[in-house]
Design a protein around this ligand. Structure first.
Ligand code: F6R
Length: 238
């Protein structure tokens, strides 16, 4: 595990975007999975700017969406699809991207289709992860299953209460759909990013505490190509 600490969020965003672009330029044709959420938005802005400057072709790799809130579709503000479309995917050829649809009630088929998409592209080459306030990764909540593949999950209370920041109000959302942590772990390269003082305690627990399913992020410490990228605030307790 390598830990890289940037002075502030802007620097972190630039460093992460360079890491992603470096991977894309070196490994065209492979499959990438990028977390939604607020933390990577600065890095996505930088990536789009890099593409406009001709420094990276974002359509030279394939994409697998990490997760989605059940009950929300691409037209709903705050859904993973809406956030990712707006921040990044609208700058990428559509056929390169597969995402979950939180409005499609056949979740089993969605899971199978995503698993097939991942398999047919040779597995994940690179994944960018954020960390939840409860240590979740994607929607691999505390106590998450160890199995490979994709799942429908009951959301943790902390995830439900934090979700207000995306929707501007409380929505009656109880479930999510996600790529399982074991499949994410099998990615060739994993970048875990966090920003801000409020993430400092969970970052400390994830990096310095014991490996436990209660904090899914701790499982990634065993990955031999894990880069943890933090700003100074998120790193302030380690
Ligand atoms: C989003 C996702 C989540 C977030 C995590 C951190 O696709 O999978 O695990 O990465 O909840 O969210 P932010 O960055 O908003 O603090």
């Amino acid at each position: 595990m390598t830990v890289e600490i940037s002075n502030n969020y802007n620097e972190l965003s630039i460093q992460v975007s360079e890491k992603i672009a470096g991977y894309i330029n070196a490994m065209p044709g492979t499959l990438v999975c990028l977390a939604a959420g607020n933390t990577p938005l600065g890095a996505f802005r930088e990536l789009v700017a890099m593409q406009e400057r001709g420094e990276v072709d974002l359509s030279s790799v394939w994409y697998a969406g990490l997760d989605e809130w059940i009950g929300l579709g691409p037209g709903d503000v705050g859904s993973c699809a809406q956030v990712m479309n707006e921040a990044l995917y609208k700058h990428i050829s559509k056929e390169r991207i597969r995402i979950f649809d939180g409005l499609d009630s056949d979740e089993e088929k969605q899971c199978r289709d995503m698993e097939n998409w991942i398999k047919s592209h040779g597995g994940l080459g690179f994944t960018l992860l954020g960390i939840g306030m409860n240590g979740h990764i994607g929607f691999n909540e505390p106590g998450a299953s160890d199995a490979e593949g994709c799942f429908l999950v009951d959301l943790d209370d902390i995830t439900k209460s934090v979700s207000k920041k995306y929707f501007g109000k409380e929505l009656p959302i109880a479930k999510g759909i996600t790529i399982g942590w074991r499949t994410l772990f099998n990615a060739g390269n994993v970048v875990l990013m966090a920003s801000g003082k409020e993430k400092a305690p969970i970052v400390k627990a994830a990096l310095q505490g014991p490996v436990t399913p209660d904090i899914p992020a701790t499982q990634f410490k065993k990955h031999n190509k894990l880069t943890v990228m933090l700003d100074k605030d998120a790193a302030s307790l380690i």
